[in-house]
Design a binder for this molecule. Structure first.
Ligand SMILES: [Cu+2]
Length: 138
């Protein structure tokens, strides 16, 4: 079900980025592959239903192209942060980005101009709330 939803999102994003190769399967980045300069949304939600991880970034893994933007949206009135870290096994702010989203509907955007993996986490929920943006060459 979740995979089907992701596939739908990928299709929608591909539709926004101009003509896609006819008949070509979406093999480049299965978790989202916007055109350069496109924006992908990540929701911060505390309606996971998982007692061990009651809040989460959704989706936790996304892939965007260089020049793409991620927009984080807080779905609850819960205090969250979007805090970049060099690693996720040691969660520590690295200063690349660090935003507070403390009200429902608050958003934060960051544009990624270099390829690479960008792990991040939520400081108040560091034990279970973490995710990664993968930036692939455009
Ligand atoms: Cu949080």
């Amino acid at each position: 079900m979740r995979r089907a939803l992701l596939y739908l999102v990928v299709l929608l994003l591909a539709g926004c980025g101009g003509p896609a190769p006819v008949g070509a399967p979406p093999t480049r980045a299965p978790t989202g592959s916007p055109a350069a300069g496109g924006t992908v949304e990540v929701r911060l939600s505390c309606a996971t239903g998982d007692p061990d991880a009651p809040c989460a970034f959704r989706p936790a893994e996304i892939a965007i192209r260089v020049g793409g933007t991620v927009r984080w949206v807080n779905d609850d009135a819960t205090f969250h942060t979007v805090t970049s870290s060099d690693r996720l096994d040691v969660r520590r702010p690295n200063g690349r980005f660090d935003a507070v989203l403390d009200a429902a509907g608050e958003t934060f955007e960051h544009t990624f101009s270099e390829p690479g993996a960008y792990p991040y986490y939520c400081q108040p929920h560091a034990e279970f709330m973490a995710a990664t943006v993968r930036v692939v060459p455009g």
